[in-house]
Design a protein around this ligand. Structure first.
Ligand SMILES: *Cc1c(COP(=O)(O)O)cnc(C)c1O
Length: 387
């Protein structure tokens, strides 16, 4: 006789197996049960099968496999958020004494991690002008190990010549990493353009509904896979199966969401470009965006974010009044969800400077009707005055 308290743990009762769901179930689990003592192992590698929850549940592995396939990679590591993916790449590819090149238009928290943590552990971090292209060759040193690209850049949207940068890097054996969040890993084919390690914040377009945080890091090369794996597991980058399940759901509607936001964003960008209050529009699909020709050459689409620069003389106070007068555009960071967002960017950090003063406002376009968004902008522009 087994006591009822033991039965709570070792029940002989089981539901029927064979439920073949159309969707991927949420598998929870830290411990994996092995069929025999000989089969027990603690290898992080995908090829080792399931060994421990940290190295992937079926829900996480399914998402990772789908991201790898979409991005044309061989292996994808999932991380708790896009920023965690950035940190993973730094820690896997840069050591004390190494030199790392980072575009000046990089995502703010990437810059902060580079100048804070990486410099703190003895890595020499240098910011380069994002439009440098093959000219990056002149910045390479004998100890350069990693070049970051982010295209288009955060907020100021510079489109980079990634193939030229990768060409220069590979001549010297330097690893090229790309933050491909803008393109959702879809509209810019990282590997065919020479990138070695590509990451994205799945938080944005793959999640798609502003209700999860996840990141990915994808590679094709086995040497890079072996470099990333121990750092990924050593950092304890576990991901929740619930978040992965939501991201898998997000993938199912990614195509229709991306095509909808692309259309609306271009319409709004063109409408704003025609307004006398606006000096320029920084949208990769418009000729006024630095690097637009490269976008035409290398990208297969544009997405939901773009910035505008108000004309010279527009005060910070006037921009605050404009942003506060918007009602459909909510004021908030992050992007890629269904809700239109706006952020005034008064504190742009650029080592090499920028010509935009404190007149930059960034928009994320959601799934609202384009006419309503235009009406919202039109009304708010009337408030673009000093109070
Ligand atoms: C949002 C974002 C990240 C970070 O993603 P989180 O999931 O929010 O940590 C990284 N890179 C870019 C370009 C981003 O916009």
């Amino acid at each position: 006789m087994t006591d009822w308290s033991t039965k709570l743990i070792h029940s002989g009762a089981h539901a029927a197996t064979g439920f073949s769901s159309l969707t991927i179930p949420v598998y929870r689990g830290s411990t994996v049960v092995f069929s025999s003592a000989a089969a027990a192992n603690d290898d992080w590698r995908e090829e080792a099968g399931y060994t421990y929850g940290l190295f992937g549940t079926p829900t996480a592995r399914e998402l990772a496999a789908r991201i790898a396939q979409l991005e044309g990679g061989r292996w994808t590591f999932l991380t708790p958020c896009g920023q965690a993916s950035i940190a993973l790449i730094y820690l896997a590819f840069a050591r004390a004494g190494d030199h790392v090149l980072v575009p000046d238009s990089v995502y703010g928290p990437n810059r902060q991690f580079a100048t804070g943590v990486m410099r703190g552990v003895g890595v020499d971090v240098e910011f380069y002008p994002p439009l440098i292209g093959g000219g990056v060759a002149a910045l390479l040193r004998s100890n350069t190990r990693l070049i970051w690209c982010e295209s288009p850049g955060s907020v100021t949207m510079e489109v980079q010549d990634v193939p030229a940068i990768a060409g220069a890097a590979h001549e010297r054996g330097v690893t090229v990493a790309l933050d491909n969040t803008y393109a959702a890993g879809i509209y810019f084919d990282s590997f065919s353009h020479g990138v070695d390690v590509t990451m994205q914040a799945l938080t944005k377009y793959v999640g798609g509904h502003s209700d999860l945080l996840l990141g990915s890091v994808t590679v094709r090369d086995e040497v890079l896979y072996e470099r990333l794996g121990p750092v990924h597991s050593g950092l304890g980058y576990a991901v929740s199966p619930d978040e992965c399940s939501l991201a898998l759901r997000g993938l199912q509607t990614l195509a229709v969401r991306l095509s909808a936001v692309e259309k609306t964003a271009i319409t709004l960008a063109q409408w704003l470009a025609a307004r006398p209050e606006v000096e320029t529009v920084l949208h990769p699909a418009m000729p006024t965006c630095p690097g637009h020709e490269l976008w035409k050459r290398d990208f297969t689409g544009s997405t939901s974010i773009f910035s505008i620069v108000f004309r010279e003389g527009t005060t910070r106070q006037a921009i605050v009044a404009f942003v506060d007068a918007l009602t459909l555009f909510k004021i908030g960071y992050s992007w890629g969800g269904v809700t239109s967002l706006v952020v005034p960017w008064f504190g742009l950090e650029r080592t090499h400077g920028h010509p935009y003063g404190q007149r930059v406002v960034r928009f994320n376009v959601g799934l609202e009707h384009v006419d309503d968004l235009i009406a919202d902008l039109d009304n708010a522009l009337r408030h673009l005055v000093d109070r």
